[in-house]
Design a protein around this ligand. Structure first.
Ligand code: 13P
Ligand code: SF4
Length: 358
């Protein structure tokens, strides 16, 4: 497809990817005891767990069993604000904790590991991003949720993968030109669908970038009946082979909604836990990260999401450290584009758990 507006980009920066953390294995009784202890501490501390679909399956189950939630980043933001609990424990990556704190300044927001970052956030330093925006004052600044509070504070809109298409389409219909950051793959996908005029920051997700299109073609030939589900942080050639492109919620919904018995899934492997729960009889196949040029640094598992475990969650509850703090001046500005997104979602009925929005 020809781009109606060829992309203008800025230089990419290298990201150091840590090894995937390894946690001590637990017997079933040990795990059961650990979960009970964590549940008791959550009750005592009036705390609720807000977990992402990429985190460890035990954490996802614990979040649901204890009255918390497991969700995509849009729903995580919304859920935290709807809770009466005085403490939110965000099991995910740092931008998710920061978004929860920005929306809920009166609550304590804790994370099992404050070093759980994201390559998109790391690849978009606020000072350089602000310079880029200042060079293009006629553009509406739309940033992906996977960014720091400072970057959000310089934006007009925050979006997640579950709402990016709808918001950019809305802005393009109003004739607005868009400066998009930081994920160039998601940005190019949004542009290809909406036809919006867009400038791009040159960031990427180290996990999704490793999916390989030629190897995927081979896997599709081996499984011709399988539907291909792709998160839009993946490269263009991988997205081009998808039957469904969408947020983590949209991909989970696709597995339950579609008639196919087999699915090839191009996103972080943590999502398989919820997919198996929702559709135990369906066959789920990991999209390949091997093939020409493969480095398999992450091998479809986000190392930063892997920094959340039952072990450090218990330590967190025992010590009460790892609190997210946001400079009030930054918070005051960052809350506006996030709230704009949530208001838009509510008005349009977008991103509710039962809807398959991209
Ligand atoms: P979702 O909002 O689709 O859950 O995506 C978050 C993310 O970090 C994907 O890599
Ligand atoms: Fe960031 Fe990619 Fe990890 Fe999502 S999977 S948190 S985009 S590094």
């Amino acid at each position: 497809m020809n781009d109606p507006h060829p992309p203008e980009t800025i230089a990419r920066r290298p990201i150091a990817v840590p090894p995937h953390p390894v946690w001590p294995s637990l017997s079933a009784p040990e795990k059961g005891a650990l979960k009970q202890r964590i549940k008791a501490l959550l009750r005592q501390q009036n705390a609720v767990l807000v977990a992402h679909y990429y985190t460890d399956g035990d954490l996802q189950e614990l979040a649901e069993e204890s009255g918390g939630c497991v969700a995509d980043s849009l729903e995580m933001a919304r859920f935290g604000s709807e809770q009466e609990a005085s403490t939110l424990i965000v099991c995910g990556v740092r931008f998710m904790g920061e978004t929860a704190k920005i929306l809920n300044p009166e609550k304590r927001v804790l994370m099992p590991d404050l070093n759980a970052t994201c390559s998109l956030d790391e690849g978009c330093p606020a000072d350089e991003f602000i310079r880029f925006c200042d060079q293009h004052p006629e553009h509406t600044v739309v940033v992906y949720a996977n960014t720091s509070a400072q970057v959000k504070a310089r934006s007009d809109w925050v979006v997640t993968s579950g709402i990016a298409l709808s918001i950019v389409r809305h802005l393009a219909q109003r004739g607005e030109k868009i400066l998009w950051a930081p994920d160039r793959h998601l940005g190019h996908y949004v542009q290809s669908v909406t036809g919006a005029e867009m400038l791009f920051w040159d960031g990427s997700c180290v996990v999704h970038e490793e999916f390989k299109s030629v190897a995927l073609e081979r896997v599709r030939r081996l499984h011709p009946e399988a539907a291909v589900l792709v998160h839009p942080e993946s490269p263009r050639e991988v997205i081009a082979q998808a039957d469904v492109v969408g947020s983590t919620t949209a991909l989970i919904n696709a597995v339950t909604r579609m008639e196919n018995k087999e699915f090839i899934v191009a996103t972080d492997g943590g999502i398989f836990h919820k997919m198996r729960q929702m559709a135990p009889h369906k066959r789920l196949i990991e999209a390949p990260t091997i093939g020409e040029g493969a480095t398999c640094q992450s091998c479809a598992h986000c190392p930063w999401m892997g920094m959340n475990s039952l072990h450090n969650l218990l330590q967190l509850l025992e010590r009460g450290d790892n609190e997210i703090e946001i400079d009030p001046a930054i918070r005051e500005r960052a809350v506006l584009p996030i709230q704009r997104m949530l208001d838009f979602a509510r008005e349009q009925g977008i991103g509710m758990k039962d809807k398959g929005n991209a």
